[in-house]
Write a protein that binds this ligand. Structure first.
Ligand SMILES: C[S@@+](CC[C@H](N)C(=O)[O-])C[C@H]1O[C@@H](n2cnc3c(N)ncnc32)[C@H](O)[C@@H]1O
Length: 402
């Protein structure tokens, strides 16, 4: 027994027996408890490490992403996930065309990093994570991070030195575009590289899987000014709506409300979305540039923007906000669906997103205070900040004309 009364032998045995249970996490029904355990176990594991072990963990972290991409590209993960049974390396080599000797080394790494499990000598089985990595959106999301964000993060030390460690918000080229290198701004680069746009859109969708949905957490009907709504009223304008997931979710959830839903985005994005909207009533997609053009739809009830402002510096956000404000009337609200970072104890997810947008687009995730001052600077007043997913610091910032 230790002096702090914790019997570490017993604790270690309990943890080991929990780990032997198949699908252990699924047995914890209470989500709050599950998340507390995830966070507690992670912190405990890290606090138990000697500094030399932490150093090695950090040093070898660069292997995880490229090796996961190899697992996706070779079809190793999807081959394992195709059946709920173990496979030996020769069978997997036949299925994937990967040399058996190389495959054995890869499989050893995947089991050591818990991407798959090993059930006997030279015998491996899929795991929940390998099953997820086999899905198209997640595979492409990994490829996006590998081909784009990771190029920028490798370049980060040199890039930050080259800008004398100044705050890189709005700095162009970004850590990523200077690594390609490209003179194009990030979104124009995507336009000229359809392969990258496809990966980016998959990344956007995969990032949201399993996260709390705004449509479930927030009752738009309660906040919508539904007076005088007619079939021609614009209810929900999804500015920079991307793949259309939020426009579609809103239309589905409020199918009984009369009125129109519109998605606005760049031409190459609208072109992809239009066929998806073709057979759905009261939903449309139009080309609109929020940087240069005053909002053409006047008096919509909700102007909704998810993950837009974090790509831009304050000066550019002011231009975008003034363009939206030009369309707003007293009946309108602006709803910004983004991270609002707390001043203390920000979660890892939010801190990671902040660096991702810094690297890729020279952007920034803002604190609640930064949101309020940005909006008041253009004559908009924050009515309410609804935090709907504490783990990601996801928030809905609702503002109206001052
Ligand atoms: C990070 S994505 C967010 C997409 C979507 N709102 C979501 O949350 O899934 C940013 C979106 O802004 C669009 N965008 C970038 N610059 C734009 C501009 N000047 N005018 C209109 N849309 C723009 C991009 O094409 C992309 O679809």
């Amino acid at each position: 027994m230790n002096c702090d009364d914790t019997d570490y032998e017993v604790l270690a045995s309990q943890i080991e027996s929990l780990l032997k249970r198949p699908d252990g996490a699924l047995q914890i029904r209470d989500e709050k408890t599950r998340r507390r355990l995830v966070e507690g176990a992670r912190k405990l594991a890290e606090s138990l490490e000697f500094p030399r072990e932490t150093y090695r963990r950090i040093q070898y972290s660069h292997l995880v992403l490229p090796l996961a991409v190899v697992g996706v590209d070779t079809g190793v993960f999807s081959a394992l996930a195709s059946e709920n049974r173990p496979f030996c390396s020769t069978e997997l080599a036949k299925k994937t065309g990967v040399d058996t000797q190389l495959l054995r080394r890869l499989l050893r790494y995947y089991q050591a990093t818990d991407m798959i499990s090993q059930v006997a000598v030279d015998t491996y089985q899929s795991s929940p994570v390998a099953n997820v990595l086999s899905s198209d959106n997640h595979s492409d999301s990994l490829r996006f991070t590998h081909k784009i964000t990771a190029q920028g993060s490798s370049n980060l030390p040199d890039w930050l030195r080259s800008i004398q460690y100044s705050c890189p918000v709005g700095v162009s080229p970004t850590a990523w575009t200077s690594s390609i290198p490209s003179e194009l701004d990030p979104f124009t680069y995507l336009k000229h590289n359809p392969w990258a746009l496809k990966l980016f859109q998959s990344h956007m969708m995969a990032q949201r899987v399993g996260r709390k949905s705004l449509m479930d957490a927030f009752d738009f009907k309660k906040h919508l000014n539904t007076q005088d709504i007619s079939s021609s009223t614009f209810l929900f304008v999804d500015i920079g709506g991307g793949t259309g997931s939020q426009s579609l979710a809103f239309r589905k959830q409020y199918s009984k409300l009369p009125g129109r839903v519109a998605l606005q985005d760049r031409p190459e994005v609208v072109e992809r979305v239009k066929p998806m909207f073709a057979n759905i009533e009261n939903i449309e997609a139009e080309v609109y540039d929020f940087s240069t053009t005053p909002q053409p739809i006047r008096g919509a009830r909700v102007y909704y923007m998810r993950n837009i402002f974090h790509a831009w510096a304050d000066a550019k956000c002011v231009e975008i906000l003034l363009n939206i404000k030009a369309g707003m009337t007293e009946q309108s609200v602006l709803m910004i669906d983004e991270i609002a970072i707390p001043e203390t104890n920000a979660k890892g997810q939010a801190a990671q997103h902040d660096l991702e947008v810094m690297i890729c687009v020279g952007g920034v995730e803002r604190t609640e205070g930064q949101w309020a001052s940005l909006l008041s600077g253009v004559g908009l007043i924050v009515h309410e900040i609804v935090k709907y997913d504490e783990d990601y610091e996801d928030a809905l910032i609702i503002a109206g004309l001052a």
